[in-house]
Write a protein of this length. Sequence first.
Length: 72
Amino acid sequence: MSLPLEEVRGHPAWSTVIKPQTPNRQGAALIAKNRSGGPINIAYEVHGAGPIHLVVRIFGHASVGGDGEKGE
């Protein structure tokens, strides 16, 4: 079920949603250097600081192969 944006922003829990922030650090990591289809530069951003780190991988539509393989 989809809600209109106005309804989502009007929801009582909206104030608890993580808002986009400026990253503390950003760059590119070279991966799959010695694999076929590599190397690949993966952009990353670091938000906040602390002992817990969450890594989220988002592959584009060209990634139809296995994880970490370069899409053609």
